[in-house]
Write a protein that binds this ligand. Structure first.
Ligand SMILES: C[S@@+](CC[C@H](N)C(=O)[O-])C[C@H]1O[C@@H](n2cnc3c(N)ncnc32)[C@H](O)[C@@H]1O
Length: 254
């Protein structure tokens, strides 16, 4: 049994495809896909970094956006190609994106950076391929609330009993391999929020907007015994725009 937790593991890839794509997951159908389309439908060209089986790329292609999806692993790209729907796909890592400098209007990365070791290299690559003014839509498992060892605690010592959302070690960067299903392992890289924000700022991008949406109704229906689930965001959404080219002063940026 492999416990490396990397996305070339067929168990992990099947777990994701079966449980989180093609309408299987309310967080995608009710929240993530509509949000990505609403935010990026204006763009002519979008890069989907860590596209997986391509559900975001397909949704953007559906509204007429010319979309390219890249993923590090052949299994994901093969499923994306099989599912079709209009986007172009390439096998590539986020740290070496096979696109020209300043060639795209927008990039999206959804639940991908939690699996990338070199956050700075990947953010710099996204900044490199964005045109000045281009948009980076960044979706993460909420770094503060979805830490390693976070989870519900049922406190039966209190009268009446209560439930808490436990936050694990937020401040330390940590790599963990978690068993997310029977025999299914995922490697997660946890980083505090400031680590991401500083990497993006260093790459010449500025924050336009952020959201910490409440879990959507379809998700709450499948976790009905935790009343407070409605108040614990699972997702963090950040939108940046590129203001300058890294290494070149703002005034010289075309
Ligand atoms: C949780 S899935 C998300 C897939 C897709 N973004 C979505 O929202 O449906 C994470 C994806 O990141 C990909 N990935 C992991 N490391 C990567 C890297 N260094 N470069 C590109 N993709 C990577 C994995 O292969 C996997 O398809």
């Amino acid at each position: 049994m492999s416990a490396s937790g990397t996305w070339d593991d067929p168990n992990l890839s099947n777990w994701w495809v079966e449980g989180f794509t093609d309408g299987a997951d309310p967080e995608y159908t009710e929240q993530i896909i509509p949000l990505v389309v609403e935010r990026l439908a204006w763009a002519r060209t979008v890069l989907d970094v860590g596209t997986g089986e391509g559900q975001l790329a397909r949704a953007l292609a559906d509204v007429g956006v010319s979309t390219v999806g890249i993923d590090l692993f052949p299994r994901q790209i093969a499923t994306a190609v099989e599912r079709g729907g209009g986007p172009a796909y390439g096998l590539a890592t986020a740290t070496a994106i096979p696109l020209a400098d300043r060639s795209i209007d927008a990039a999206v990365a959804c639940l991908v950076f939690e699996h990338i070791d070199d956050v700075d290299a990947a953010i710099n690559e996204i900044a490199r391929v964005l045109r000045p003014g281009g948009i980076f839509l960044f979706l993460l498992n909420h770094p503060l609330l979805q830490t390693p060892d976070s989870g519900w605690v049922d406190d039966r010592v209190l009268d009446p009993p209560d439930q808490y959302w436990r936050i694990g070690n937020y401040l330390s960067e940590a790599v963990t391999v978690e068993e997310v299903g029977k025999g299914v392992f995922v490697k997660f890289v946890h980083r505090p929020l400031h680590r991401y924000l500083n990497a993006v700022a260093d790459a010449g991008m500025r924050l336009d907007w952020m959201d910490e949406p409440a879990p959507p109704p379809g998700f709450l229906q499948i976790a009905p015994h935790y009343e407070a689930a409605a108040y614990v965001p699972r997702l963090l959404v950040l939108q940046f725009h590129k203001t300058r080219t890294p290494g070149i002063p703002d005034t010289l940026c075309p």
